[in-house]
Design a protein around this ligand. Structure first.
Ligand code: SF4
Length: 254
């Protein structure tokens, strides 16, 4: 049996652009650490701290303690940021505002059974090949999975309900049809309810098999997807490395 492991986050990269995903898969490019990632990591770490404290002691830690934890994470990680998209003070302020709204408006009603829960499970098998999906769920409760996002603007709920891949994977991994996407945006919270049932799982399997075909094809290049925000020197590491469109258009194309 040949096992083909696929990370959930890589499926998201693939849906943006297969050629970008190929470069990541084979270690041909490295994604640069950005201040957006720092902001997200800070909030994630503080929420994880709250969840672990609650599960181990049965008591919700005070907000001040969670902010102290977040500040410590900031000092640990800020030196590794390579691309500052916002001022350092703004990153810290937004992270604190996001954590505060989560803590005050959502945390009181939460009771996790696991936080930052790694999973690895066989999605499907065909003709001697097994597809294995991997990832880490932010927060798992009895009957619902939560995922925290810290985007710069809120989402269109119908887009996430129609197209979001992460929810397909997590609901399959934990055999749980309910997924709540929580977007923390500059101190405001948006909760998007998503359901993924058996038909979604079957569609996910087909999508993964279409990718396995590519992985097994030994093609030197995969389809390029230009249309979208992702295809620019600001976001795509392949472009930044001077490959693909970057080879022709350079670092300042427009
Ligand atoms: S430059 Fe555009 S088409 Fe090329 S890998 Fe990046 S996102 Fe894909």
């Amino acid at each position: 049996m040949i096992e083909v492991p696929i990370r959930q986050s890589w499926l998201g990269t693939f849906s943006n652009c297969p050629e970008w995903a190929r470069n990541v898969r084979y270690g041909l490019v490295r994604e640069r650490e950005t201040s957006d990632m720092l902001r997200g990591n800070m909030v994630h770490a503080a929420i994880e701290y709250c969840g672990n404290e609650l599960m181990s002691s049965g008591v919700r830690p005070p907000l001040d303690e969670a902010i102290d934890h977040m500040d410590a994470v900031f000092h640990e990680l800020c030196g590794s940021v390579e691309v500052w998209r916002h001022e350092l003070e703004e990153i810290v302020d937004v992270a604190r505002d996001n954590l505060t709204v989560w803590y005050e408006d959502l945390f009181p009603s939460l009771n996790p059974v696991a936080v930052e829960k790694h999973f690895r499970f066989p999605l499907d098998e065909r003709d001697g090949v097994r597809v294995v999906l991997e990832g880490t769920a932010d927060w798992v409760e009895d009957g619902v999975i939560y995922d925290w996002k810290n985007p710069s603007r809120s989402y269109e709920p119908w887009e996430k309900q129609r197209w979001d891949i992460q929810s397909h994977v997590y609901c399959a991994a934990f055999d749980c049809p309910k997924f709540r996407l929580v977007a923390l945006v500059k101190g405001k919270m948006q909760i998007i309810e998503i359901e993924r049932r058996v038909p979604h799982l079957e569609a996910l399997k087909d999508m993964c098999w279409s990718i396995v075909e590519l992985l097994q094809s030994d093609l030197k290049v995969w389809p390029q997807r230009w249309a979208g925000w992702h295809c620019s020197p600001k976001w795509c590491p392949v472009w930044q490395a001077g490959e693909c469109r970057g080879k022709h258009l350079g670092p300042t194309p427009w």
